[in-house]
Design a protein around this ligand. Structure first.
Ligand code: ZN
Length: 211
């Protein structure tokens, strides 16, 4: 499996290049900026981009989308409930004093249960609202990895003080969806280091009272 993490954009968001060793097909999850460096990494991997996927549309996860899409012609995938957030990235940036250009239209609006093929890999879409109304997680069962955006992070959980956020919903997504995955599943978040479902069940203070 190809799995490359890069910290990109104004907030050092984790961008993941994920794909299949044999076909060299990859998808780029959350290109939050530094599109040139992402393209450079893809070239050095001798890989072809077959898709760009957003775990959610907060401005720090999307700022490399336009250039990456222009350079690769790859289709863009976004959770269907994320439309209102996706459409107001410029205003989101303004609140942080960051100029964000409007985004190209997605080719695919994703819903729970959708599957995205990347060479031999299959990414399964889970709806995990709370940090953002249309947050999705991407689960790859063969390799036991899940990309969760800002829903769950090592020892903490996503912020819920933005418009459209809900703490109750976020905890439901973590407990009802992510915590049903096998304990050994590796969790790749939008910020911070990798963790596992088992470790977060044991140690995460925000979700601890449940287990
Ligand atoms: Zn976010």
């Amino acid at each position: 499996m190809i799995l490359q993490m890069m910290q990109v954009g104004p907030l050092g968001t984790n961008c993941y290049i994920v794909g299949d060793d044999d076909s060299r097909e990859v998808t780029v999850i959350d290109p939050g900026g530094h599109a040139r460096q992402i393209l450079e990494t893809i070239r050095s991997l001798r890989a072809t981009v077959t898709g760009i996927i957003l775990t959610h549309a907060h401005f720090d996860h999307v700022m490399g989308v336009e250039m990456l899409k222009r350079a690769t012609q790859a289709p863009l995938y976004v959770g269907e409930n994320e439309k209102p957030v996706f459409e107001n990235v410029e205003q989101q940036g303004e609140r942080f004093g960051v100029a964000v250009s409007p985004l190209p239209d997605p080719e695919h609006w994703l819903k729970e249960g959708d599957e995205i093929k990347v060479g031999k890999l299959t990414l399964h879409v889970l709806n995990v609202p709370g940090h953002s109304p249309g947050s999705i997680a991407l689960y790859e069962p063969e390799n036991g990895v899940v990309f969760v955006g800002d829903v769950l992070m090592r020892g903490t959980i996503g912020r819920t003080d933005f418009p459209g956020c809900s703490l109750a919903e976020l905890l439901r997504s973590i407990r009802g969806k992510l915590f049903t995955l096998p304990d050994e599943t590796q969790v790749y978040s939008g910020h911070g280091p990798m963790t596992t479902i088992g470790e977060e069940k044991m140690l995460n203070p925000f979700t601890k009272n449940y287990v």
